[in-house]
Design a protein around this ligand. Structure first.
Ligand SMILES: [Zn+2]
Length: 201
């Protein structure tokens, strides 16, 4: 898997329509190929669950994903964007919108579930993931200068601060530095090593 932090769901067509030389490195750790080893290989369709702010509920979008093949080792890799959480059907916007509704004052998980037509089980899972990544989110807030306090913000403050800049945060310093998604919803990447691509030329 290659994650392109300079693109999002909205401009994925630029990736699909790109016939130039790819700047991504081969994600296969056993592959020694360095410069421009990737070639277009195939496309496939997947769904991405987005947040429809006007309707206040989720909507499913289909998107075409490009798969690249390494000329050197023959491995193939899907190109994802910064708003796609790896191994997760929900976009980062949908995830944050639902967590934010659950955490809003005078709101609760069952109420949010009913309003947005989502199961409570899923919402509790979202809250758990959010909690699990709180520290990384604080780092993100500092790097994006969304929080400059000496102490870390309270966990309940994270989300409003985070949404002070709407996702998917292109040009984010955090992504430029770490080349890693905030919510990598997988404990171990040992069996599936990830590499993160840089900008396309
Ligand atoms: Zn390779």
């Amino acid at each position: 898997m290659i994650i392109d932090f300079t693109h999002s769901f909205k401009d994925y067509h630029e990736i699909l329509d790109f016939y130039g030389v790819w700047d991504y490195e081969c994600p296969n750790p056993e592959c020694g190929a360095k410069q421009h080893p990737m070639r277009r290989h195939a496309r496939y369709e997947r769904s991405l669950v987005m947040w429809d702010a006007d309707a206040g509920r989720l909507k499913e979008e289909r998107m075409e994903i490009l798969r690249l093949k390494c000329c050197s080792c023959g491995s193939t890799h899907a190109v994802l964007t910064m708003d796609v959480i790896p191994f997760f059907a929900y976009s980062i916007q949908a995830f944050l919108a639902l967590v934010s509704l659950c955490m809003a004052e005078k709101s609760s998980v069952p109420q949010t579930g009913e309003k947005a037509d989502v199961s409570c089980q899923l919402l509790y899972r979202f809250l758990l993931i959010f909690h699990e990544y709180a520290e990384k989110l604080m780092l993100f807030l500092r790097m994006e200068t969304l929080w400059e306090g000496e102490r870390n913000p309270l966990e309940s403050q994270i989300l409003p601060l985070l949404l002070g800049k709407s996702p998917p945060w292109p040009q984010s310093c955090f992504f430029q530095k770490f080349r890693s998604p905030i919510f990598l919803h997988r404990k171990s990447t040992v069996s599936y090593p990830l590499r993160f691509g840089s900008a396309m030329p």
